[in-house]
Design a protein around this ligand. Sequence first.
Ligand SMILES: Cc1cc2nc3c(=O)[nH]c(=O)nc-3n(C[C@H](O)[C@H](O)[C@H](O)COP(=O)(O)OP(=O)(O)OC[C@H]3O[C@@H](n4cnc5c(N)ncnc54)[C@H](O)[C@@H]3O)c2cc1C
Length: 440
Amino acid sequence: MTPTRPSTAVSGVAKRTVLISGASISGPALAYWLARSGCAVTVVEKAGALRGGGYPIDIRGTATEVVRRMGLLPRLRDAHIDARRGTFLDADGGVVASLDLRAVTGSAGGQDLEVRRGDLAEALHAVVRDDVEFLFGDSVDTLDQSGSGVDVTFRSGGRRTFDLVIGADGMHSWTRTSSFGPETRFHRHLGYCFAIFTMPNTFGLSRELMMWNTPGKAAALYAVGDDDELHAFLTFHQPQPPLEALRDPDARRDLVARTFAGAGWRIPALVDAMRDAEDLFVDTAGQIRMPSWSSGRVALVGDAAYAPSFLTGQGSSLALAGAYMLAHSLAAHRDHTAAFAAYERDLRAFVAMNQALVDNGAATLFPTTARALEQRNARLRGLVTMPPTAARPGPTTPPRWEPRRRVLPSTGRQDPAAGFPPGGCGGARTTACTTNQPSG
Ligand SMILES: Cc1cc2nc3c(=O)[nH]c(=O)nc-3n(C[C@H](O)[C@H](O)[C@H](O)COP(=O)(O)OP(=O)(O)OC[C@H]3O[C@@H](n4cnc5c(N)ncnc54)[C@H](O)[C@@H]3O)c2cc1C
């Protein structure tokens, strides 16, 4: 059977056809910007429907500007979690520090947002669903670049040809494995495992975070509203990734339960809830670091290309900024090789800066030694008395945003993003953001 090529002719100019694999954050964001620049976009998602709910994620700095340009700020402000209090506990549940989170977490002029991952995914989907073809419950089976495009076969049996295929399929990207090689080549293990799940709010928490620590182990409970559910998070130091255990659902539960056996406070109740949880997700904390994000007509975006890990709190922001930058490069260059090169050239330093947060101390929420834990606790106690403006600033160099061409070649329309960057706040966790200007 000859693969079908979508009809793409508009005003005699062939529309570029793009298949995006993955409909979480980077996929729909990229689809939006590509559709705006005149591409015919298809998004394939292996889940049967958009995945809602989920743990809280942050949208910071440059990414806030991306969602603003998508018209999503009002909706996301409504969804903003606005957690008020963070309480840190010692091994027995004694309070180490209790902080006003709004005063100490840092925000670029109060613009940063924290929303449920699913709320962001739904908002992104809502602004693009009418302009883009979504194929839920399907995935790519094979990719063949030997012709003039990418011949794709889908698990459901269909065959089609696209000009480009973009993997937005997350940390364990199939697109990356199939076109670039096994994950082990690009995965940097950061020495932690984590388990996330929801559990009943038997703690009576409301709009607050509670975190318990002992050396090498931590538990966090996050009440995102006045819900009767909590987002629970157990993390532990694991120098080598427990690959065998991660492959088997029962072994995953056993690993977490074994690690936290005998722990104090209400950890036994958390472990029981973890055992019962239907949405349990266990993984290693890791980063994806690749020498190149494209191979021929296939490229990667978001966690698939440069996952920074939850320890940085920057994954969603990078996914949004990266999607914007990739779409921008494709709009500016008809030749995909030049576009992918521009995407990498303009985004790499920003990715490196955000990934380096784990080396620069962003992981200190989860100290692995008694001494490091005591030092962290001392810092937390210091924050209780520190004035709000003294909170820690983050990296300040934004990616190179300036468009090389202001008019989109495929449409002749004015580039909706021309003039991007944001007014000076590009970095991660930008608390004091007054001097950093775009470099591009
Ligand atoms: C516990 C935890 C806490 C986090 N906290 C934060 C935070 O505070 N701030 C922050 O910015 N980030 C945080 N992150 C990271 C953030 O969730 C990711 O970095 C971000 O979602 C990346 O988006 P993505 O779209 O690139 O990938 P993903 O969100 O991983 O989405 C990948 C999508 O591809 C789909 N898919 C996978 N394989 C296939 C396939 N073969 N075919 C089709 N579809 C496929 C998946 O179903 C999924 O929908 C956290 C992550 C975790 C796990």
